[in-house]
Structures are given as structure tokens and as C-alpha cells.
Design a protein around this ligand. Structure first.
Ligand SMILES: Cc1cc2nc3c(=O)[nH]c(=O)nc-3n(C[C@H](O)[C@H](O)[C@H](O)COP(=O)(O)OP(=O)(O)OC[C@H]3O[C@@H](n4cnc5c(N)ncnc54)[C@H](O)[C@@H]3O)c2cc1C
Length: 441
């Protein structure tokens, strides 16, 4: 059953528009709409939450402990996510997507990570880093060729920037490319890339040989081009129910039409793609934090010490209250970043802030959840140890939280200023996004 079909295609345009029109973080209140901002989700957002939650609780929750313990990615879940419309949720209907806005994308990430981080990571690399970047920077032919297949899950996409010797400092990547006639030839190694084995399409960044300035190029690489080998990294601390791996690129021949953006825009594309990825990571972290709170509340209402439920001890109440505050603040920061994204504005500062705060909050919440569970939190009988192992990684990937801190400081000090991009993040327009024949995008 396609959960977004009723929302996107069957719902009348005016009704749909009404729902999305309420997004400015909320429902329209009697005569108060002018005052804003609003903090109530629209009916559409609530439906997205309910649909993805039902899907995750039915298709993922019963099995995820087993997948985590086996360090196994259960690949059929991709097909199920595709059938639900989750893999293209925030792409226009014209490109096979759900036509929903970026706050809907955040809610889907939150609901998936509430069950397991590995499943949200799929959205981060496939929807966030790969599809959304092609949507922002791709030309008409690239969008028409790749987005419908990505949105419907016919192909899976990922994002290869990090290398064995370059993570926080992507300008230091060693992958190289050279132009030969109508083709580019790429050689290099990518490391710590999510879902490499399951992906068919890779956004790859490499420097053009002998070009000193603005030499980074961005490519849409298909596995089918040949010369692409992938593998998994074993024995990870978390995201064990998902794939994290490496890519070896050996004389990979890429047609010149698969260069993304203008040649000298490679580094800009890499940086702006992180605004998509980080957003999904921050949103997911909210769901991870909520899972820790839910498990803690259940346990605190069940476990007794000194003749009463542990929830009645003030130290436990303090940890629960800290979690509530962390979650609410993190969610508001994510929604604010989504609200800026919906307007098609550069959102690097807002997205980075939400990712930084939400991922740290998720780690704090998982840590408290383990403490509340006592010894039982220290084993796999309860899910909280898995939550901790899972959310910990998000303070490292998509730019470590030290890098996010630097970004915030540089904006505050006036060292960073947003400049318009040749391809701005696509502004959400409900009517156009629902119009299968639009020529606006
Ligand atoms: C589960 C997982 C999935 C991932 N998925 C992807 C993916 O799909 N695609 C992709 O391209 N990458 C992916 N990554 C890689 C990730 O983005 C990098 O690990 C991350 O950018 C950090 O790089 P690094 O590990 O090389 O750490 P380093 O850059 O070596 O940093 C090491 C430490 O130094 C700190 N540091 C670095 N520079 C500074 C500075 N200037 N000031 C202060 N502190 C600094 C860092 O914060 C960190 O604490 C993934 C990683 C993980 C763990």
C-alpha cells in the first residue's frame, strides 16, 4: 500500500494546498495566524508521521534487534520503503516523488530513527545527499534520467566524499579525474560511505589532475560504468543493521554529461549537499532521542527500588525532564531549518545548528536512558544500549560536531556569510510539486 498516494495524488489540490499552506510550523489559529510563528504540525505532517510510524513499527521494529546483532543489512527493506513512497518523499510528483515538503522529510527521518538509526541513514544518503543534490544542481537531462528512478527506489543512491585520509577536510581528497574526449576517467578510494554495496548510483568528488584552483569536480557515477568496486566495513560500534563501506574507483569512465554542475562548482556542490544530509541526520537524532525517552519512561514506571517505582525518585525525574527539554529544543531547531529550506533559502547555519544540537542531545538522552535502566541498560535485553551505539556516530558523520561548532562561531563572528548559489536549494511550492506536468523544475 502506497502511504503517500492518498496524500499526494488522491487528495484534491485545494485540500492539499490548504494542508501545506499551514506548514509555517503550524495550524492556522482563530485570528492569530498573523502573529506567528506557529508550532503545530499541519494535518499532512501528522499523516506523514502516522504513516511512517506504522510502517517502521510493523516492518522494522520486530526484526531490528536480530539484524543489529547479526551486523546484517536486510536489503528487502529498501523495496518496502520504496513501495511506501518514503524514498522519494520530498521530490516533486513530476520526478516520481511524493510532492511533500522538507518538514515531511524530517518527520520521516525522525520516525525511522525512532526505531533504528540504520534505516534513517538510508534516507540521509539516498534522499538527502544523492537525490536532493541532483535535484538542486542537475540539468534537465540529469534530473529526468536519474530522479524518477531514485524516487521510486528502482536505483539506490549514495554519496562518496570522505576518503581514508580526508574526512573533516574534504579539500584534502586524493581522488583524481582527467578528461579524455567525451569522458572523464576517475581513480580513487572512498571510505566510510553508507550503503555502498546496495547502491547503483554514486555522487563522487575528485580533483581534476593538474588543475590547481577550483579543481574539484562532482560526478554522477553508475556502478554499471565499470571499474567501481565496493565493500563493507566490519565490526562497527553502531548502525550495525545498515551498511557502511568503501568504494574503489579504478579507471572509471564517466560520460561528460554526468558531470554535475559547472566544472569549477564541485566543491560548492559538495558543501551544499551537506546541507541536505545534515538536515536528515539532525531530524533522525530527534527520533533517536524520543526512543530513549519512551524506553526510560516505560522502565521508570515498572522498576521498583526502596518500595516505589524508580520514576518517583527525583534523580530519575531529573533525567527524564532533561530529556524532554533536549528533545523539544532539538525538534524545534530541525523544524526551523526545514522551514528555511521550504523557502528555498540557503540554510547552512540553521541546518548545522540543528544537526549539532540534535545529535548531541540524542547522545545525552541515550546515555541517561542507560543510567535509568541500571545494569539492564548495559546489555541487549533492552534497546537502550543499541540506541547509544547508534546515535553516537551522528556526532562524527556529515561533519563532526567540532566542525559544526566552528561553522556556528564563524557565522557569529561574521567570517562566514551566505552568498547566493547559481543553483539555489529548490523552494517548496505545493502546487508545482504536485503538478506532474510542471516545467518549473
Ligand atoms: C556510520 C558512518 C557513515 C558515514 N557515511 C558517509 C557517507 O555516506 N559519505 C561520506 O562521504 N562520508 C561518510 N562518513 C564519513 C564521515 O562524514 C567522516 O567520518 C567525518 O566527516 C569525519 O571525518 P574523519 O572520520 O576522517 O575524522 P577527522 O577529520 O580525521 O577528524 C578527527 C577528529 O578531529 C576533529 N577535527 C578535525 N578537524 C578539526 C578542526 N579544524 N578543529 C577542531 N577539530 C577538528 C574531528 O572533529 C574529529 O574529532 C560516514 C561515517 C560514519 C562513521
Amino acid at each position: 500500500m502506497d502511504i503517500f498516494y492518498p496524500l499526494c495524488l488522491k487528495t484534491s489540490w485545494s485540500m492539499y494546498h490548504k494542508h501545506i499552506g499551514e506548514i509555517n510550523m503550524g495550524t492556522i489559529y482563530d485570528g492569530l495566524e498573523e502573529i506567528g510563528p506557529h508550532f503545530e504540525l499541519s494535518e499532512t505532517h501528522k499523516m506523514v508521521r502516522q504513516s511512517v510510524r506504522e510502517f517502521a513499527e510493523k516492518e522494522i521494529a520486530p526484526y531490528v534487534k536480530e539484524w543489529d546483532q547479526a551486523h546484517e543489512f536486510h536489503k528487502p527493506i529498501l523495496k518496502k520503503m520504496a513501495e511506501q513512497g518514503i524514498l522519494g518523499i520530498s521530490l516533486p510528483v513530476k520526478y516520481g516523488g511524493g510532492g511533500l515538503d522538507y518538514i515531511s522529510l524530517a518527520i520521516a527521518c525522525e520516525e525511522l530513527e525512532r526505531i533504528d538509526t540504520s534505516m534513517r541513514v538510508i534516507l540521509s544518503v539516498h534522499n538527502g545527499l544523492c537525490s536532493s543534490t541532483i535535484f538542486q544542481w542537475g540539468n534537465k537531462e540529469q534530473k529526468e534520467k536519474y530522479l524518477p528512478k531514485l524516487a521510486t527506489g528502482e536505483v539506490i543512491g549514495t554519496f562518496g566524499l570522505t576518503e581514508p585520509a580526508a574526512g573533516s577536510d574534504p579539500a584534502g581528497i586524493k581522488s583524481r579525474c582527467r578528461k579524455e574526449g567525451d569522458e572523464w576517467v576517475i581513480n580513487g578510494e572512498k571510505m566510510w560511505i553508507s550503503y555502498t554495496n546496495s547502491s547503483d548510483v554514486f555522487l563522487i568528488f575528485a580533483y581534476e589532475e593538474d588543475v590547481k584552483h577550483k579543481g574539484m569536480r562532482a560526478f554522477i557515477v553508475e556502478r554499471a560504468f565499470g571499474g567501481v568496486t565496493t565493500g563493507n566495513i566490519e565490526h562497527k560500534m553502531g548502525v550495525r543493521a545498515g551498511e557502511t563501506g568503501w568504494i574503489h574507483l579504478d579507471e572509471v569512465r564517466v560520460p561528460s554529461e554526468n558531470l554535475l554542475g559547472e566544472p569549477e562548482e564541485g566543491f560548492k556542490i559538495a558543501m551544499s549537499s551537506l546541507d541536505w544530509g545534515r538536515y536528515t541526520v539532525g531530524a533522525g537524532a530527534v527520533g533517536g532521542a524520543k526512543a530513549s525517552l519512551e524506553a526510560s519512561v516505560a522502565y521508570a514506571n515498572e522498576r521498583e527500588t526502596f518500595g516505589k517505582k524508580i520514576g518517583q525518585h527525583q534523580f530519575i525525574q531529573g533525567m527524564i525532564a532533561d530529556m524532554v527539554a533536549d528533545i523539544e529544543a532539538a525538534e524545534l531547531l530541525v523544524w526551523k531549518a526545514g522551514w528555511v529550506k521550504n523557502q528555498g533559502k540557503i540554510n547552512t547555519r540553521e541546518t548545522s545548528l540543528s544537526k549539532w544540537y540534535a545529535t548531541n542531545a540524542a547522545v545525552r538522552c541515550a546515555d541517561r536512558a542507560i543510567q535509568i535502566h541500571g545494569a539492564y541498560g548495559f546489555c541487549d535485553d533492552y534497546p537502550v544500549a543499541r540506541y547509544y551505539r547508534n546515535v553516537r556516530g551522528a556526532t562524527i558523520y556529515e561533519g563532526s560536531n567540532e566542525i559544526q561548532k566552528i561553522i556556528q562561531a564563524r557565522y557569529a563572528l561574521g567570517y562566514f556569510k551566505d552568498k547566493p548559489l547559481r543553483c539555489m536549494p529548490p523552494k517548496y511550492d505545493p502546487e508545482e510539486w504536485m503538478n506532474p506536468d510542471t516545467d518549473k523544475y
